[in-house]
Design a protein around this ligand. Structure first.
Ligand code: ATP
Ligand code: MG
Length: 432
C-alpha cells in the first residue's frame, strides 16, 4: 500500500500576483495550527499547492475533512504518494479507482511540474488510461464530464495520484461529497470552503447573538480572511446566562475555521432596564442598538479592528428597515459590514446547517434583545425623535461603564489573533 498525503489546492490565492507568498505563508501557518491535533510531519509548498504530511506516514480522511473547513482551502486531495516510476503510478491509479464504487466513466488528467520524469502529460494520460482500461474492462473512457477523474500530479521527485469524483454522481448515489461513502483507504478530492486565509484581511468585531444570522455572518467574513472578535450582549443580571452559554457553543462550532480568537461578553441587562424606563417604547430597540454599536466600536478601536459586522438582513425585523439601520449606523464611524443584507432566511438557515450552528441557534434563550421588548417597535424612526430619546439618559457614561465591565474568553484556534501585536497593546491598555 502506498502512503497517503494531503494536497491543498487554492484558487483565489493563486490569483494574488506579488502578494501571493504572503497569502500562502498565512495559509500554511493556519493549516499547521488548525491541524495541530494530528501528528504533522510537515506542511510545505510544492508547485502551487500545499502538501501536508503526518509522522506515521498516512494522512487520514479526518485530516482531509478538517483541512477542508479552513478558509483559503478550495480543495483537499488525499493522494497516494508514489515514486516517479511508470509501474508504480499505474498501480496507484488502479488502486485509487478500485475504492470508488458504482462509477461508469472515467478519464485521466496528468499535470507535470517536474522536469526529471521522462514522460509528457499526454503520454502519462495514455499510459495510465491503458492500465485502467485493462483493470476495469467494463468502464468507459469519457473526456467530457466523466463520473471520476483520475489525477496524476508529477512534482519534484514524486507523483501524487487521487480521484476526483463528479458531484452529481455523489449527489445521486451517496448524498454528500465526503469520505463517508467510501472505504477508509480511498484517495479522493474534497471541496473546501474556499475564500482566503484568516489573518489576510485584518480584524473585525462581530456583533454575535445566539440567533441564526450573526453566526453565519461571522463565518462569512472569517471565510474572507478576517480575524473575528465576536461581542455578545447578554441580559445578565436581569436574565439567566443561557444566551452566553449558547454563544460559547457557537464559537466552539466555528472553531474548525480558526477565525475566532476571543469572545467578548457584555452584561447589558441593568442598562437595558434603565433605557426602558426613560425612552419611549417604540424607540427602545434603536437605543439598545445604538449603545451596542458604540461599545462595539470602542472595542474595535482597542483591538485594532477595522470594522464591525452584523447579521442584519434588510427588512427582516423592525430594526432592520433602512430608516432604522441609518438611525443606528450614525453612532459609529467605522464601516459596518452586513454580509447577509440581501439574504433570505432560508438561505441563512441552510448555511447555518452547513457550518454546524443551526442546532445551537434553534434553542430558545432570553438575551438582551428579548428583554424589555416593546410591543410596537418603530419601523421608520425619525432622527429627531431618536436624538431626543437618546439624550434622555446619560448614554456616554453608560457606554463607558459597559466597556469597563466587558468580559472575555480566549479560544486558541485562531493563529492570526494570538500572534498579533495589536492584542498585546490592548492588554497593556486595560492592564490585564
Ligand atoms: P441573529 O440576527 O443573529 O439571528 P437575532 O435575529 O436575535 O439574531 P436581530 O434582531 O436580527 O437578532 O439583530 C440584528 C443583528 O444585531 C444580529 O444579527 C447581531 O449582529 C446583532 N445582535 C442582536 N442581538 C445581539 C446581541 N445580544 N449581542 C450582540 N449582537 C446582537
Ligand atoms: Mg436576525
Amino acid at each position: 500500500m502506498f502512503s497517503r498525503v494531503c494536497l491543498i489546492h487554492y484558487h483565489e490565492i493563486g490569483l494574488k500576483g506579488k502578494n501571493r507568498s504572503t497569502f500562502e505563508h498565512q495559509l500554511i501557518q493556519n493549516l499547521k495550527h488548525g491541524l495541530r491535533a494530528f501528528d504533522l510531519a510537515g506542511v510545505d509548498r510544492i508547485s502551487g499547492h500545499v502538501r501536508i504530511r503526518v509522522k506515521n506516514g498516512d494522512c487520514t480522511p479526518e485530516l482531509a475533512r478538517a483541512a477542508a473547513k479552513i478558509p483559503g482551502v478550495a480543495r483537499v486531495s488525499l493522494a497516494y504518494c508514489v515514486e516517479q516510476d511508470k509501474d508504480q503510478i499505474c498501480e496507484a491509479a488502479v488502486l485509487a479507482l478500485s475504492h470508488i464504487p458504482h462509477f461508469l466513466t472515467f478519464k485521466v488528467h496528468a499535470h507535470k511540474s517536474s522536469t526529471n520524469f521522462e514522460l509528457h502529460t499526454l503520454e502519462i494520460n495514455c499510459l495510465v488510461g491503458e492500465a485502467l482500461c485493462k483493470a476495469f474492462p467494463d468502464k468507459k473512457v469519457q473526456m467530457h464530464k466523466p463520473d471520476v477523474q483520475l489525477d496524476v500530479q508529477v512534482v519534484n521527485n514524486v507523483a501524487y495520484v487521487y480521484a476526483v469524483v463528479e458531484q452529481s454522481l455523489l449527489a445521486a448515489g451517496y448524498g454528500a461529497l465526503d469520505f463517508e461513502a467510501f472505504d477508509d483507504n480511498a484517495v479522493l478530492s474534497l471541496v473546501g470552503v474556499g475564500g482566503l486565509p484568516v489573518g489576510s484581511a485584518g480584524k473585525v468585531v462581530t456583533l454575535l447573538s445566539s440567533g441564526f444570522d450573526s453566526p453565519v455572518a461571522t463565518w462569512m467574513v472569517g471565510r474572507r480572511g478576517a480575524v473575528c472578535i465576536p461581542l455578545h450582549f447578554s441580559g445578565r443580571p436581569q436574565t439567566a446566562d443561557t444566551s452566553e452559554y449558547l454563544t460559547r457553543q457557537i464559537v466552539s462550532a466555528l472553531d474548525p475555521t480558526g477565525c475566532i480568537g476571543r469572545l467578548y461578553v457584555c452584561p447589558f441587562g441593568d442598562q437595558q432596564r434603565e433605557i426602558s424606563l426613560c425612552v419611549p417604547q417604540s424607540l427602545r430597540i434603536i437605543c439598545y442598538r445604538r449603545i451596542m454599536f458604540a461599545v462595539a466600536e470602542k472595542l474595535a478601536l482597542a483591538e485594532g479592528a477595522k470594522s464591525l459586522v452584523t447579521g442584519e438582513s434588510l427588512g427582516q425585523v423592525a430594526s432592520q428597515t433602512l430608516d432604522n439601520i441609518a438611525a443606528v449606523n450614525e453612532m459609529v464611524s467605522l464601516p459596518v459590514l452586513r454580509p447577509l443584507i440581501g439574504s433570505d432566511k432560508q438561505e441563512i438557515i441552510k448555511r447555518s446547517l452547513q457550518i454546524g450552528t443551526y442546532d445551537i441557534s434553534s434553542k430558545p434563550s432570553p438575551d438582551c434583545c428579548t428583554l424589555f421588548m416593546p410591543r410596537r417597535p418603530e419601523t421608520h424612526a425619525k432622527l429627531d425623535a431618536v436624538h431626543a430619546a437618546w439624550d434622555s439618559f446619560d448614554h456616554a457614561a453608560m457606554i463607558d461603564e459597559l466597556f469597563d465591565h466587558i468580559e472575555y474568553i480566549d479560544y486558541d484556534s485562531c493563529y492570526a489573533y494570538h500572534s498579533c501585536s495589536a492584542k498585546r497593546a490592548y492588554h497593556r491598555e486595560l492592564g490585564r
